[in-house]
Design a binder for this molecule. Structure first.
Ligand code: HEC
Length: 88
């Protein structure tokens, strides 16, 4: 009885996080694919932050497609995180 209750609680707890596991966060992707060469994104983002806001996302996406982020879905998460964290 207790074990079954435990299983139900576990299911309820893990279900909402399943999509997040399928698609890692931009921050996790940065740590995995970028941080070995750029410890933090601050300096490398400078050139992109100088661009008008409307051009930033496309320019960064184009650059990263040729620079260590070939997968479109991962790149999309990464670009969103980079732009959001650089504004802080
Ligand atoms: C193997 C090392 C390496 C990896 C991995 C790497 N980069 Fe770079 N990156 C460089 C080098 C070298 C440059 C050119 C010199 C510089 O600006 O630091 C560069 C340049 C850049 C620039 C342009 C800076 C500018 O002012 O033109 C950006 C943005 C950037 N990297 C982001 C990333 C992101 C995001 C990732 C992860 C997907 C990544 N890099 C992975 C080595 C790397």
């Amino acid at each position: 009885m207790l074990v079954r209750l435990g299983a139900i609680v576990l299911l309820a707890l893990t279900a909402p996080t399943a999509p997040a596991l399928a698609q890692p966060s931009g921050e996790a992707i940065y740590a995995e694919d970028c941080a070995s060469c750029h410890r933090t994104p601050g300096r490398v983002m400078r050139r992109f932050l100088e661009k008008p806001a409307a051009e930033r996302e496309a320019a960064l996406d184009r650059f990263l497609a040729e620079h260590h982020a070939p997968d479109q879905a991962r790149r999309r998460s990464l670009v969103a995180w980079l732009l959001a964290s650089a504004r802080r």
